[in-house]
Design a protein around this ligand. Structure first.
Ligand code: NDP
Length: 255
C-alpha cells in the first residue's frame, strides 16, 4: 500500500480483550496500529503474541495510561513524530469502577488529525439511559440539546459526592455496577458533544456485545474476535458516515 494512503490508529487498553482483538483486525486490514497498554510488560507481551498472526510489522507498542494525561501527551507526540497524523482512535480501556479521563484520550487524538478521523468510544448496553432510574442525572444525560461538559461534570461530581456519603443507593443512580455504568453513560454523552463540535469527524459509541474477557469474568457469549468486529466496523466506516450515534453492537440504538 502506498505510504500516502496509509491509515494510522491508536487503540487504548489493547494488551488483552476487545482492545487486543481490535488491534489484530485493524492491522490485518492494513492499518498501522499503535497497541497501547498502561503496563509496558503486558503491552510488549501482547505485541509478541501478534507475531503468530503475521501482522506484527503493522503494529507498534506505546505505553498509555488513560487516567494519566501526561502519558497521553507523550503518546500524542509519538504519533505526530512517527506518522504525522492519526486516522482512528479506539477509546477502549476500562475497568469496572473506573471513570475514563476524556482529556487524556482526546489529547492523544488531536496530535494531528487526518481529514476525516474516526473516534470510537467503546461503551456498554448497561450505560443506556433506560437503565437509569428517573431523576436529575438521567434528565441531564438524556437532553442532547443542552448537553455540555459542565453538565456531564455535574452528574459525575454528584455521583462521586453521593458515593462518598454512602448514598449510591438513592433512587437516582443505576443499581447495576454504578461507577462503571455512570462513567460509561458520561462517555456516551461526551461522544455526542464531541460529534457536534467536530462535524467532519466520525465519532460514535459502540458496544462490542457481551464478550468473553477478563472484564466479563469470561461469562460473555461472544469471542474476542466477534466483539472486536463491531468496533472495527465503526473504525473503518467510509467518509461521510453517521456520527454522534450509539451502536449496540451493530445496529444504531437509542442512548
Ligand atoms: P478487559 O478487562 O479484558 O480489558 C480491559 C483493558 O483495559 C486491559 O487491557 C486493561 O489493562 C486496560 N486498562 C484498564 N485501565 C486502564 C488504564 N488506566 N489505562 C490503560 N489501559 C487500561 O476488558 P474488555 O476487553 O472486556 O473491555 C474492553 C472494552 O469493552 C471496555 O471499554 C468495556 O467496558 C467494553 N465492554 C466490554 C464488554 C464485555 O462483555 N467484555 C461489554 C460491553 C462493553 P490491564 O491489563 O493493565 O488491566
Amino acid at each position: 500500500m502506498a505510504e500516502a494512503v496509509r491509515r494510522y490508529a491508536v487503540v487504548t487498553g489493547a494488551n488483552k480483550g476487545v482492545g487486543f482483538g481490535t488491534v489484530k483486525q485493524l492491522a490485518s486490514k492494513g492499518v498501522v496500529v499503535v497497541l497501547t497498554a498502561r503496563d509496558e510488560k503486558r503491552g510488549l507481551e501482547a505485541l509478541e503474541k501478534l507475531k503468530d498472526f503475521g501482522i506484527s510489522d503493522l503494529v507498534v507498542f506505546h505505553q498509555l495510561d488513560v487516567t494519566d494525561s501526561a502519558s497521553a501527551a507523550v503518546l500524542a507526540d509519538f504519533v505526530k513524530t512517527q506518522f504525522g497524523k492519526l486516522d482512528i482512535l479506539v477509546n477502549n480501556a476500562a475497568i469496572n469502577g473506573s471513570i475514563i479521563n476524556p482529556e487524556a484520550f482526546i489529547s492523544a487524538a488531536t496530535a494531528k488529525l487526518s481529514d476525516s478521523p474516526r473516534i470510537i468510544n467503546v461503551s456498554t448496553g448497561a450505560a443506556k439511559l433506560m437503565n437509569f432510574p428517573n431523576g436529575w442525572p438521567k434528565e441531564v444525560l438524556s437532553d442532547a440539546g443542552t448537553l455540555t461538559e459542565e453538565r456531564i461534570d455535574s452528574v459525575l461530581n454528584g455521583f462521586l459526592e453521593d458515593s462518598k456519603q454512602g448514598l449510591q443507593d438513592t433512587k437516582i443512580w443505576p443499581p447495576v455496577f454504578p461507577p462503571y455504568t455512570v462513567s460509561k453513560a458520561a462517555l456516551n454523552a461526551y461522544t455526542r458533544i464531541l460529534a457536534k463540535k467536530y462535524p467532519n469527524f466520525c465519532i460514535n459509541c459502540g458496544s462490542p456485545g457481551f464478550v468473553k474477557t477478563d472484564m466479563s469474568f469470561n461469562a460473555g457469549i461472544l469471542t474476542i474476535d466477534e466483539g472486536a468486529e463491531s468496533i472495527v466496523r465503526l473504525a473503518l466506516l467510509p467518509n461521510g458516515s453517521s456520527t454522534g450515534l450509539y451502536f449496540s453492537p451493530k445496529e444504531v440504538a437509542p442512548f
